[in-house]
Design a protein around this ligand. Structure first.
Ligand code: NAP
Length: 242
């Protein structure tokens, strides 16, 4: 029987690449999204076209009832959960001096509360030998102006990872996070000038922007047999953007 993976935020960007890669690796994949059903169905269509198995399920990761439904529907459809990738995230930028509490609350709700809620359901449902993978960001090390609320949310995610790994002792389940550097998706590209994009792309010694597939490769490693000894880690996949 195929193993089952839930990928949150899989309608676009890095999440879509992760869903396609895990389907190619042999997982039946739940393609979660927040509102963009057309894009989510595109992801599902691309997976099915390549003879993979996928199902789109809408759920806001910040909403406890919707997150519970996401897992309930997955188990209803496939009977089990083996891998959970909480990739869903947003990145509103605002200087701290502006005191934009709405942006702060929204990014904390999606990125940190969302990770907490997905972790809670994953801890209850992931089968023995399973994998739980969260998303941080390599921008934590940069402390760039305007990234305060986003960095605060991802610092919280990095705090949760080793705690859940400890709480799952004895079940042979790993818990890790991936912290990408700048990656060519809507989240990174929107609102930046071509000059800003070029400058940020050159910061890594490998001198290019990450592509969603670069990150999907790392998820595939952590979710597959070769990743079984990596636990309670934050993997900085960023071309050396330190
Ligand atoms: P993206 O292209 O903007 O895609 C975001 C995805 O998350 C979409 O599928 C979106 O669904 C979904 N989403 C947003 N809010 C959600 C919610 N409340 N509930 C469920 N799904 C939600 O972003 P990305 O660049 O692929 O980012 C993926 C992850 O990598 C994020 O955690 C981000 O912080 C992290 N990351 C990205 C970069 C980068 O440079 N791109 C760098 C470091 C870390 P809809 O289509 O329905 O809106």
């Amino acid at each position: 029987m195929a193993k089952i993976a839930i990928v949150t935020g899989a309608s676009r960007g890095i999440g879509r690449s992760i869903a396609k890669r895990l389907a190619a690796d042999g997982f039946a994949v739940i393609v979660n999204y927040a509102g963009n059903s057309v894009a989510a169905e595109e992801t599902v269509g691309e997976i099915r076209k390549a003879d993979g198995e996928a199902l789109a399920i809408k759920a806001d990761v910040a909403n406890p009832a919707e997150v519970k439904q996401l897992f309930d529907k997955t188990i209803e459809a496939y009977g089990r959960v083996d891998v959970v990738v909480n990739n869903a995230g947003i990145m509103p930028l605002s200087p701290i001096a502006k005191g934009d509490i709405e942006a702060f609350d929204k990014v904390i709700a999606t990125n940190l509360r969302g990770t907490f809620l997905i972790f809670a359901q994953a801890a209850q449902h992931v089968a023995e030998g399973g994998r739980i993978i969260a998303f941080s960001s390599s921008v934590l090390a940069k402390s760039f102006p305007t990234y305060g609320p986003y960095i605060a949310s991802k610092a919280g995610v990095e705090g949760l990872v080793p705690v859940l790994a400890n709480e799952l002792r004895g079940r042979n389940i790993t818990v890790n996070a991936i912290a990408p550097g700048p990656t060519g998706t809507d989240l990174f590209l929107t609102g930046k000038t071509p000059e800003q994009i070029a400058q940020l792309s050159k910061l890594a010694p490998l001198e290019r922007l990450g592509q969603p597939e670069d990150i999907a490769n790392v998820v595939s490693f952590l979710a597959g047999p070769d990743g079984s000894w990596v636990n309670a880690q934050i993997l900085r996949a960023n071309g050396g953007f330190a």
